[in-house]
Design a protein around this ligand. Structure first.
Ligand code: ATP
Ligand code: SF4
Ligand code: MG
Length: 340
């Protein structure tokens, strides 16, 4: 049974979080108007946990972590809210302070490892560069030795020889292992993996997810896993945040959310998961498409696609509210959805 609670305020912020994002808003000025890519996202990440961020294309997942990592050029991006790593406000602290956090304490792996690597430098040089840049004084020899150790840790065979190879000499899966080696080089507290396996086939995808889980066990680092694949989230995260049109629709412990969603959007995503018995049938997908961010619908952003829509949904935007212990949902009818 889900522990039902009155729909009051959203769950309190996570007090033992190492990274806290509060009311993050990111907009872009474009010739077509203001794109509100992220509209009030809050999240917390605890030491060692895996937080999944789930949502369709364009829901604001990458822009949210781009703001955390300082990857958004401003202008055109306008960023509001707070992003705290410990007691450092990453949006306001001086660059010399934020540089010690981003890429060092919080690192990132991207979707397309093959294009992210520099084709004209050996992989050993590129892994070693992490030390030369972030740990000045590291000799070239030490950097190569550490690169070999890291390649071993991410299970690249014959690391001592392959450290001298160029990116084109590696498969997509092996290239992603090299990106992961670079991302864990400085023993970060948090690794952000933005669609880390999308470009890979299913078998290699599973191997990379196993590697991330193994590294997390060994080092105690936290993982933020971004994907539009609910199956990956279900298997690889402790908590999940479901995003739609730059907003948090639902968040909570992954097992509970997957077993009984509290938001119609999550319900829809669940129905799009291939089940054994549906193997040869067409997958169910949510009808319609996400809104154009320069012309957001009134009320609930999901209302044009929601089969539970009522008149109130068109007029009033639902707040994110607590629906059960540690669980929030932004739906006027969250309790009914939770009740099935
Ligand atoms: N520099 C930019 N200028 C204008 N709009 C942008 C810019 N960067 C991102 N956006 C818009 O912000 C919205 C959110 O983009 P984001 O990349 O975060 O989506 P996402 O959830 O990561 O999607 P995907 O699953 O496709 O990676 C999109 O509509 C995107 O077009
Ligand atoms: S608030 Fe209304 S439109 Fe939005 S998800 Fe809930 S039921 Fe659907
Ligand atoms: Mg993205």
């Amino acid at each position: 049974m889900v522990d039902l609670m009155p729909a009051v305020d959203r769950s309190p912020p996570i007090d033992d979080a190492i990274l806290t994002v509060s009311d993050l808003r990111v907009s872009f000025q474009t010739p077509h108007g203001v794109v509100r890519a992220v509209s009030g996202v809050s999240l917390g990440v605890r030491k060692g946990e895996a937080l999944g961020i789930l949502g369709e294309s364009g829901s604001g997942k990458s822009v949210s972590v781009g703001a955390i990592m300082g990857l958004l050029d401003s202008p055109p991006a306008e960023i509001e809210g707070e992003i705290h790593y410990g007691d450092i406000d990453l949006l306001r602290a001086p660059a010399r302070t934020t540089r010690r956090i981003r890429g060092d304490r919080v690192s990132m792996v991207y979707q397309d490892a093959v294009t992210a690597l520099n084709p004209s430098l050996t992989v050993g040089y590129q892994i070693g560069e992490m030390f030369r840049v972030h740990r000045p004084g590291t000799s070239r020899r030490d950097a190569t030795r550490k690169a070999i150790e890291l390649m071993d840790r991410v299970h690249i065979p014959s690391a001592a020889q392959r450290v001298h190879n160029y990116p084109f000499e590696f498969s997509g899966g092996m290239s992603q292992r090299i990106m992961i080696a670079m991302a864990i080089a400085l023993e970060p507290d948090i690794l952000i993996a933005d669609e880390p396996t999308t470009a890979l086939d299913v078998t290699v995808q599973a191997q990379i997810m196993r590697l991330l889980a193994e590294l997390r066990d060994q080092t105690g680092m936290a993982l933020i896993l971004i994907t539009h694949d609910i199956g990956l989230i279900a298997e690889n995260s402790d908590r999940v945040m479901v995003m739609y049109a730059g907003r948090v629709m639902e968040s909570g412990p992954t097992a509970a959310v997957v077993a009984r969603p509290a938001h119609p959007y999550t319900e829809g995503l669940m129905e799009s998961v291939p089940r054994e018995e549906m193997k040869h049938q067409k997958l169910v997908t949510i009808e319609g498409s996400p809104p154009v961010l320069t012309a957001m619908p009134s009320g609930c952003a999901f209302h044009p696609r929601c089969r539970r829509r009522q008149p109130i949904c068109v007029d009033d935007e639902p707040a994110l509210r607590q629906v059960a212990a540690g669980r929030d949902s932004a739906c006027h009818f969250a309790m009914e959805v939770l009740d099935g």
